[in-house]
Design a protein around this ligand. Structure first.
Ligand code: SF4
Length: 343
């Protein structure tokens, strides 16, 4: 039984064709809010330590080497904007300058304080995102067929960027959760959306998303690991994307982790309501490697659980290679499984 579990876990961890890999850095566990049920156990009482800048740099290099890396990185917390702003900016530019996509996850509380708002907005203005095409390969080919080759040779890229929809490599995901967060969080989202869309400098540089946790969406798939029934089926649910479709004051919104919410819906955002679709997940999907400020790494957001979490530093204090991490995680998951079935 353990051997077959070990093989299946190994098949998932080393499956470089069917699992994409995403990278999530928890910059800090500290948070200015204290929400009931916070999966990070964040609050103003916990350590303000941040994930070292050089560790982040090292692992960006490690993940860039692997072919199934999605080229997207998420910063989360705690609340990232409670960390020193120069540190957040330096980390963000480190990701953006490599040409990777970056999502900044925030609870949005900074928008309610004029000083903090200035600090965050100034930081966003000084980041260095890139713009890229949103169109898929087919749309690009159809577009190119409309123009003569000589014109495309001279200004093909300019034409593409001018005529097809483009997007920025920088996005901000604001958690809107009327169950977990204080009642004002939906308003914070609206205020942030207004700030960004009304600022010429920002509106093309920062994509806005919501990150929604609602009552009828299981709090986090990773909590499955808390389930004593530790098994491969549960493990496989963990890396799935989950989503909900809902209506906000008559406007239909789809909220996926990592997908866009139409900013056109923003003015209607008052309160999340009427969840119409349960979470969906693709079978084999995405492995999210999460690095925590306490020097550990695990899959997805299993902060509460020691299951599968390993130190990302070796005995010599240096950062382990990704291969070493994979192997350590595999061993830890199998060891935890053995403990679970012996109980
Ligand atoms: S805002 Fe997020 S990280 Fe902070 S306490 Fe609430 S749930 Fe936790």
């Amino acid at each position: 039984m353990v051997d077959s579990y070990s093989k299946q876990i190994s098949d998932i961890i080393y499956d470089t064709e069917n699992y994409e890999v995403e990278l999530l850095f928890y910059l800090t566990q500290y948070c200015n809010l204290r929400c009931n049920g916070c999966y990070m156990r964040s609050s103003p009482n916990v350590s303000q330590n941040v994930l070292p800048h050089e560790d982040l740099n090292f692992y960006l290099g490690e993940f860039e080497k692997i072919p199934n890396f999605t080229n997207s990185v998420v910063f989360s917390g705690g609340e990232i904007f409670t960390a020193p702003i120069n540190y957040v900016a330096a980390c963000a530019n480190m990701v953006l300058d490599r040409g990777l996509g970056l999502q900044l996850k925030t609870n949005g509380a900074w928008v309610a304080d004029a000083n903090q708002q200035n600090t965050v907005i100034n930081m966003l203005r000084n980041l260095r995102p890139r713009r890229g095409l949103m169109a898929d390969e087919q749309q690009i080919q159809d577009f190119l067929r409309r123009y003569p080759k000589w014109l495309l040779r001279i200004c093909g890229r300019w034409l593409l960027m001018k005529k097809l929809p483009t997007t920025s490599s920088l996005s901000m995901a604001v958690s809107v959760d009327d169950k977990l967060h204080p009642a004002g969080s939906a308003d914070w989202f609206v205020n942030i959306a207004d700030l960004i869309t009304n600022d010429k400098n920002l509106r093309n540089r920062v994509n806005l998303k919501t990150f929604t946790i609602a009552e009828s969406v299981p709090l986090l798939e990773s909590r499955i690991l808390n389930n004593p029934q530790l098994n491969v089926q549960n493990f496989e649910k963990m890396p799935q994307k989950w989503a909900a479709k809902y209506t906000i004051n008559g406007v239909r919104v789809e909220s996926f982790v990592g997908d866009f919410v139409d900013v056109g819906a923003v003015s209607a955002v008052k309160k999340l309501s009427e969840i119409v679709m349960p979470p969906v997940g693709n079978a084999r999907g995405r492995l999210v490697y999460c690095f925590y400020p306490d020097g550990t790494v695990g899959f997805d957001c299993n902060y509460l659980e020691s299951v599968g979490r390993v130190s990302y530093r070796g005995a010599d204090g240096k950062c382990k290679s990704l291969n070493q991490i994979k192997s350590d995680m595999h061993n830890k998951l199998v060891a935890d499984y053995m403990c679970a079935i012996q109980k």
